[in-house]
Design a protein around this ligand. Structure first.
Ligand code: C2E
Ligand code: CA
Ligand code: CA
Length: 666
């Protein structure tokens, strides 16, 4: 700072200073004392100038040099009254010179800073003289508008002309406020000389005279385009989906909350549609993500084209879209859903390929005043699930019954996670018989689950286990349990027969399924011939993958049975390609064959097929003596309530003892 002070002293002043000092030394040594007055006067002026340019330090610096010289000179000459008096006067003179100089320096630097501020490129200060109605601007103006100073002088109204037409009203309004003495801060758009639209911030302060009349307004304008753009980008990220340009989930939820408030106030109906596209994942998997993205863009466009201008569509996530419909009655909402279904069913063209992606639509309406946005969206989501369960490509309205169903499912799902660890799982056994001889030929192990919600039927919890993947640990638990029971039966002196364990497709397709089966059987030290795995036809939808696993299982030595045989659509092609140990004919054949000759012929044909390919044929669901009689002509195996329901292991063991007599006596 002080160094800077010295640096700012002009070179000329240094030279003059040096000359004056040299001259004064010369004069001091050669001339009588009375010339000293002039000499000091010049010196004092120099000190003042040094202070003016170099500040306090500059002045002191020069003064010290002078004092030094004066001291040396004083020592050389004999001191007297006069010189002592003189030094007092000189000292005061010097003090005044330094003070005045420094003051000047201070004012000068402040002014320089202010000028700098006015010369700033991004900012322009302006003054509006209300009496002459003239505007004056500081230097920055030219660079803000991207024009030369000449242009400004030629056209003082330029700033007014380049305001964006849509924002002119904002500026006019601000002027009115300023005239009435109010401070204003406004943001408006203007055209830069290069044609860009930019953003300006304008802050103004009016000044009043002593009568309280506004005579002048001072203000500052600055270009805030980069700031606005950054904000817009943030907004875009927060509220918009970058792929489709639609608003996103956050935005929709906020908007819906406000829409609900006004709908409640004016007693208006409002509906939320949750639309999910049915085979989107397949498109992504088979044609790639960029095709998936294109499909989403086209879907978004199409939905928008179906809706009215004030309906709102938003992308929830993935292939899920939300639509908000206001001011339509129930029939109109239903009509819209039908319209969406119809129009979304026509194919999309992506890279020359035609793709069909049908929608499943869930709809919720603001019937319950308590519902907030989150609840309404969730209800629409539930209804969409129902649409999926009803075979997709349809729409469903939310209702409370559905809610109960979904809630139960969700609760069961959480409970099921803990089922193994809480020891809630057990198994029941249902015997299998040789129909002709009544000898027990095997048993099927059937899983049972009892939790805090009571006893849950397998048809309810097995699908949940499959959906959540819990079927993998649960299935392993059943297999291990069956293996342990096989050893127990042997220990308790029961006849040896294979135990059939149900295997879900999801288990069969799990990457390490074969190793897991092998490990469990090995660990439990059971001979694989006592284990039969029942798989269903659905596994054959993934035929290529399933084939290898089935072959590997048979190689392990376990039996493979095709469960629910005959009701699928690929029953025959399955047994054509893979050797299977057992066919388990679905019980629906048996139910109908006594009433319907055609079904009976079919049943007999299936039995024949099984025998021809050397496969054990089991028929399930035997409930009556009549059915037994009908079947006894064939060499068959059977299972059903007629013999026994699935029962707990202790009962089953009891049952097995003397089963031959029991079965015969039916
Ligand atoms: P499923 O494999 O077809 O099993 C036969 C089902 O039919 C059993 O129902 C059984 O109780 C029932 N049933 C047996 N005889 C008769 C009869 O004469 N009449 C009638 N109406 N029904 C009879 P459950 O135990 O309720 O099991 C239902 C389904 O749950 C099973 O069908 C099977 O798909 C699945 N499941 C059961 N346990 C397991 C398991 O440990 N793992 C897997 N993945 N699925 C299992
Ligand atoms: Ca089964
Ligand atoms: Ca079955």
């Amino acid at each position: 700072m002080t160094k800077l002070g010295l640096k700012k002293i002009p070179l000329l002043l240094w030279i003059v200073g040096a000359l004056v000092i040299a001259t004064s030394i010369y004069i001091e040594t050669n001339t009588p004392l009375d010339t000293m007055g002039l000499y000091w006067t010049i010196n004092i002026i120099l000190v003042a100038l040094f202070s003016y340019f170099g500040g306090l330090f500059g002045g002191l610096f020069f003064f010290m040099i002078l004092s030094g010289i004066y001291l040396v000179m004083g020592l050389m000459t004999t001191p007297n009254e006069l010189s002592l008096n003189n030094s007092m006067t000189h000292a005061i003179g010097l003090f005044i010179a330094i003070s005045l100089g420094t003051l000047g320096w201070k004012i000068r630097t402040n002014e320089m800073q202010l000028t700098k501020l006015f010369e700033n490129n991004d900012i322009s200060f302006w003054t509006w003289d209300l009496e002459s109605n003239e505007y004056t601007f500081s230097e920055g103006y030219a660079s803000i508008y991207g024009v030369s100073r000449e242009v400004i002088y030629d056209n003082p109204e330029l700033w007014r002309e380049v305001i964006h037409p849509e924002d002119k009203a904002i500026v006019l309004e601000a002027h009115e406020q300023q005239k009435s003495g109010k401070k204003t801060t406004i943001t408006y758009r203007f055209f830069h000389s290069n044609g860009d639209i930019r953003w300006m911030q304008d802050r103004a302060t009016p000044h009043k005279d002593k009568n309280g009349v506004v005579t002048r307004v001072d203000g500052v304008i600055y270009d805030i385009t980069s700031q606005v753009k950054a904000e817009q980008k943030m907004n875009q990220l927060i509220h918009y989906d970058s792929l489709t340009g639609l608003t996103n989930k956050n935005w929709f939820q906020n908007y819906l909350d406000t829409a609900l408030i006004s709908a409640r106030k004016y007693n208006r109906a409002l509906a939320v549609m949750f639309i999910d596209f049915d085979n989107f994942k397949r498109v992504n998997d088979t044609l790639g993500h960029s095709a998936g993205d294109q499909l989403l863009i086209q879907i978004a466009e199409r939905i928008k084209s179906i809706l009215r201008e004030n309906d709102i569509v938003s992308r929830q996530s993935g292939d899920e879209f939300l639509v908000l419909i206001e001011g339509r009655n129930f029939e109109e909402i239903e009509d819209l859903a039908k319209d969406i279904l119809l129009k979304m069913n026509s194919p999309y063209k992506i890279d020359g390929t035609e793709i069909i992606s049908t929608p499943s639509i869930g709809i919720s309406i603001n019937l319950d005043c308590e519902d907030d946005a989150g609840v309404l969206i969730k209800k629409a989501d539930f209804a969409m699930f129902l649409a999926k369960e009803n075979g997709k490509n349809n729409y469903q309205f939310y209702n409370d019954e559905l809610n109960q169903k979904m809630k139960r499912k969700m609760i069961l799902e959480t409970y099921l996670h803990k089922a193994i660890e809480k020891n809630e799982l057990t198994v029941h056994y249902q015997p299998q018989f040789d129909i002709a001889t009544f000898r027990i030929s095997g048993a099927e192990v059937l899983l049972r689950w009892e939790c805090d919600m009571g006893r849950i039927p397998p048809d309810e919890f097995i699908p949940i286990a499959e959906e959540t993947g819990l079927i993998i640990p649960i299935g392993e638990w059943v297999l291990r349990q069956a293996c342990r029971d096989i050893k127990r039966f042997k220990k308790n002196g029961l006849e040896s027969f294979p135990i059939s364990v149900n295997i879900s497709t999801r288990q069969l397709m799990a990457p390490n399924f074969i190793e897991r089966v092998q490990t469990i059987i090995k660990e439990e030290q059971v001979h694989p011939k006592y284990v039969t795995l029942e798989i269903t036809e659905s596994a054959f939808l993934y035929y290529e993958d399933a084939k290898d696993n089935i072959l590997a299982l048979r190689k392990l030595g376990v039996g493979v049975s095709l469960d629910d045989f005959g009701i699928g659509y690929s029953s025959l092609s399955m047994i054509r390609n893979i050797e299977i140990d057992e066919l388990k004919i679905d019980r629906s054949f048996l139910n109908d064959s006594l009433k319907n000759d055609r079904v009976r012929s079919l049943l007999e044909a299936i039995i024949q097929i099984g025998k021809k390919i050397n496969t054990k044929v089991v028929i399930e669901g035997i409930e009556t003596k009549e059915q037994i009689e009908m079947l006894s002509v064939h060499k068959l195996f059977g299972q059903g309530y007629y013999y026994s329901k699935p029962i707990p292991i202790d009962e089953f063991e009891e049952w097995c003892k003397g089963s031959l007599e029991k079965a015969k006596s039916f």
